[in-house]
Ligand binder design. Structure first.
Ligand SMILES: Cc1cc2nc3c(=O)[nH]c(=O)nc-3n(C[C@H](O)[C@H](O)[C@H](O)COP(=O)(O)O)c2cc1C
Length: 445
């Protein structure tokens, strides 16, 4: 008898919560970007909820969007560097996967492969890398450039970058290290493999100076939804993180990514697609709505505008009346998929500019679910059973409250329905996700 298919859950965490005004909530952790104890409590709460992964978003720059007034009102400005943070969290958690977002646009593949392979050892096989191509243009200014790298170039570079990182992770066969004190042989040189990569963007000889990872290699996550982003996901990703607001969009995306796999010699059992869900849970529907409205009421107008500008990569929106229609905008060099998704929603629902600000500042293009545990589980179950998701990245609005609500109210409901585990199945992230180890390059068969 085969085991029933179970949902996979990630806790996708921004230091002070996903909601832009989260830090103003009277009970919120307002210092998580500078306070390790608060961050550790959040990770341990996710582990108590048996989440597959604790997932950090990232940006290697302070946002340069918006007025100085709005900047001074935003909490998501300072944060710990994610690999450093996850390495520390590895010591205070034992089962949950630890996934960091690190951009391929402004990093070197050798350094990144080394960091994640090290995290994988330190955590006992719980590391994952979320490959992104940088949605914050300001990262360019911190890495020797006057301008953000163009969208298509970012993806060309990302594709070569992923080839190198995964190649470096295959540098050592698992039994390469003999460490025989008697004979004096430390490792078998025949089981060390040199990459010798030369391509348009990088020259990396290798091998990696970190031994084979405890879970074969760290899990590769990818987030990027344009056509070229989906191709990269189909070629490289084992977990795909995506922003989808409706079941129709999500099932279309799911089928599209899965249909691209055979071209790269891959099959659906090698990939888990996890859309974001932004749950606001109440014991009653009215209580949930009240919680959400309260958070929305904490957004200052200048913040609402700035965050929208940042999300869609367009400036100058404060010149338009907040209660007027959303102005027309052309494509940008920024996050195309997110821009199109939001503008489609604005046209469909006839939103004013402020209503679009509120929509964006809340769930930021992800599925918003405000309701009771059973209403939220209904939506998740529908997406999960009908080809739109293999699970979800849960995006807690404020911390620690929204994550605790989910763990204490929604997780038991999912378990009651037989949709989610009641204990971890494995010690590694790959094991809990039910993913095999990708074929290493040194294997000849
Ligand atoms: C769901 C999702 C989450 C993302 N998270 C991040 C992030 O944490 N940091 C980052 O620099 N870019 C992030 N990105 C940006 C992507 O890597 C990419 O640069 C951007 O989406 C543009 O590519 P696209 O048009 O293919 O979506 C994210 C994108 C998506 C769709």
């Amino acid at each position: 008898m085969t085991a029933p298919r179970m949902m996979k859950l990630g806790a996708f965490v921004h230091e002070t919560g996903q909601h832009v005004a989260a830090w103003r909530h009277p009970d919120a952790y307002a210092e998580s970007g500078t306070n390790f104890a608060q961050a550790a409590d959040v990770a341990q709460t996710a582990e108590r909820g048996l989440f597959d992964l604790f997932f950090l978003a990232d940006s290697a720059a302070v946002s340069v969007f918006g007025s100085p007034d709005s900047r001074g009102r935003m909490a998501k400005t300072v944060k710990f560097e994610p690999i450093t943070m996850l390495s520390a969290l590895a010591a205070v958690t034992s089962r949950i996967g630890l996934v960091a977002t690190t951009s391929s646009t402004y990093n070197e593949p050798y350094t990144l492969a080394r960091q994640f392979a090290s995290l994988d050892h330190i955590s006992g096989g719980r590391a994952g890398w979320n490959l992104v191509t940088s949605n914050n243009e300001a990262e360019a200014f911190n890495h020797g450039r006057d301008q953000h790298v163009a969208h298509a170039d970012r993806y060309d570079r990302a594709s070569e970058f992923a080839e190198i990182v995964t190649g470096l992770w295959d540098s050592w066969e698992p039994d390469a290290f003999i460490r025989d004190k008697e004979s004096g042989v430390y490792f078998d040189p025949a089981k060390m493999h040199t990459l010798n990569h030369r391509g348009p963007y990088f020259a990396v000889r290798g091998p990696l100076n970190v031994a084979a990872s405890p879970q074969g290699r760290p899990v590769l996550v990818q987030a990027g939804a344009s056509d070229i982003g989906r191709d990269l996901a189909a070629r490289t990703a084992e977990v795909v993180f995506t922003a989808q607001t409706t079941f129709e969009q999500a099932s279309g995306f799911y089928a599209d990514v899965m249909n691209r796999l055979p071209a790269y010699g891959r099959s659906p059992d090698e990939v888990r697609i996890l859309p974001g869900i932004y749950p606001v849970v109440g014991r009653t529907e009215a209580e949930a709505r009240e919680k959400f409205d309260f958070l929305q009421s904490l957004i200052h107008p200048s913040v609402g505008i700035s965050v929208l500008e940042h999300t869609i990569g367009v400036g100058g929106l404060s010149a338009y009346p907040l209660d007027g229609p959303v102005p027309d905008m052309g494509d940008t060099n920024g996050p195309l998929s997110r821009q199109r998704l939001l503008l489609e929603a604005a046209r469909r629902d006839n939103l004013t500019l402020w209503e679009l600000c509120l929509l964006n500042a809340g769930p930021r293009g992800h599925l918003l679910a405000v309701g009771t545990p059973s209403q939220i589980a209904d939506v998740m179950e529908h997406w999960f059973r009908n080809g739109a998701a293999d699970g979800f990245n849960v995006m807690p609005a404020w911390l620690p409250g929204s994550l605790r609500d989910f763990v204490d109210m929604v997780v038991p409901e999912l378990q009651r329905r037989g949709l989610f585990r009641t204990e971890y199945e494995a010690a590694t992230l790959r094991g809990n996700l039910g993913l095999g180890v990708p074929h290493p390059r040194w294997r000849k068969d």
